[in-house]
Design a protein around this ligand. Structure first.
Ligand code: SF4
Length: 396
């Protein structure tokens, strides 16, 4: 089985394609900064290993039967980042792929953790695709995402499209491919995204990738700072193009009337999105430099406000009780949140047992970009509401 944690990364990785395709000099610029692996990424790695095992157990039962599967899972359970909820989320991944495969007229070709050679499009490019299914002239590229931050869309997703190009190159001699389908399964936030296109469209994308990759490999092309692109760039805290752009956005004041218009407000919100993020990134880099003993004129690192903790909570509580403090005062009994109960009980049992006791309260109004898929809301009373539209009883 592939070691997920040891997955090598090429300079122009598929997962970073959305960065280096938009801002071609970013890959070379970012090379000098470490690729910091967060705890969330390590947790994702563990979940990927479990997901892979489940697929192997389902599709390659002869090689990886129940016994081997159970032993491997028990080993994973000993990892410090293990969390029981991973079982449920990886089941959702498995179920999605099972349903997909069962919907094909015949058994598909299945590749799990497929090493993909991308060098026909990206210099020294390679990657590992979570799952590839081929059936009836269509390549399905499936990616498991364990993150629970931003929902990732499969539509035109450059990472998956690159995997699809690599898979096409690998299998075009064996299979007559006419179409590709990209799938993202992000179960922690209920995001199951699917998008497809004819092979010709993928190959057009391949031409664009090839041009961008050539520039990126040489560190050439234009810096194109933007919120989405800079966010995951390794150079984000040091990059001059991003700094210049944000200073320009934050401090540009023209000769305008004293009040801004709503059009300007919308425009400022759009172009200024990166300013706050950029300042946060600068703070992170400056703090790291100060801690490393480097001079950042005007700034220094200090110890933050600490917090108190028991050295031995059981001993402390025992002592308090000996001194006459009632045990009931020391503990509070709190119910789990609805989401926590759903996790413990499992989605389907939760829906069956208490689904009718759940009500969806409206969320706090939030400002998002017009491209957001949610329907717009307003406080404004409509004419129909104000002047007597139908009420619940059908009376005027
Ligand atoms: S921080 Fe932004 S502008 Fe600078 S190299 Fe990275 S992606 Fe490009």
């Amino acid at each position: 089985m592939a070691g997920h944690a040891e997955r090598a990364h090429s300079l122009l990785s598929a997962s970073g394609a959305h960065i280096w395709m938009n801002c071609t000099p970013s890959a070379r610029l970012g090379e000098q900064f470490p690729d910091t692996t967060s705890e969330a990424a390590a947790e994702g790695t563990l979940a990927h290993e479990l997901a892979e095992m489940k697929l192997r157990n389902y599709f390659y039962t002869m090689d990886f039967g129940k016994r081997k599967f159970t032993t491997a899972v028990n080993k994973l359970k000993k990892e410090s980042l293990w969390n029981d909820e991973m079982m449920g989320y990886t089941d959702e991944y498995l179920d999605y792929i099972k349903n997909l495969a069962l919907g094909f007229p015949s058994s598909p070709y299945v590749a799990i953790e497929k090493q993909i050679d991308l060098s026909a499009y990206v210099p020294e490019g390679f990657g590992t695709c979570d799952c590839v299914l081929i059936s009836g002239g269509t390549i399905h590229v499936i990616d498991f995402k364990y993150g629970k931050g931003v929902p990732v869309s499969a539509e035109g997703n450059p990472q998956l499209a690159l995997y699809a190009l690599g898979a096409y190159e690998a299998y075009k001699i064996l299979y007559q491919i006419e179409r590709v389908e990209l799938h993202i399964i992000q179960p922690r936030i209920d995001n199951f995204s699917n998008w497809g296109c004819p092979l010709s469209e993928l190959l057009t994308f391949g031409k664009i990738v090839r041009e961008k990759a050539e520039l990126a490999y040489k560190g050439e092309g234009e810096f194109r700072p933007s919120t989405d692109t800079c966010r995951f760039c390794r150079a984000k805290g040091h990059c001059r193009a991003r700094a210049d752009e944000n200073v320009k956005l934050a401090f540009a004041i023209g000769k305008k009337p004293p009040l801004i218009t709503n059009e300007e407000m919308g425009e400022y919100l759009r172009i200024g999105k990166d300013v706050a993020k950029w300042l946060g990134d600068l703070q992170d880099v400056a703090l790291a430099d100060c801690l490393a003993g480097k001079d950042v004129p005007g700034w220094k690192a200090v110890e933050g406000r600490g917090s108190r903790d028991w050295t031995d909570m059981d001993a402390a509580f025992a002592k308090l009780q000996t001194e006459g403090i009632n045990e009931a005062v020391l503990w509070e009994r709190k119910p789990l949140t609805l989401a926590q109960v759903e996790k413990v009980v499992g989605k389907s049992d939760f829906a069956t047992i208490v689904g009718d006791l759940v009500v969806k309260n409206p969320g706090k109004p939030a400002l998002v970009e017009a491209s957001d898929k949610r329907e717009a809301i307003t406080n404004k009373v409509s004419a129909a509401e104000a002047f007597g539209g139908d009420n619940e009883n059908g009376k005027k």
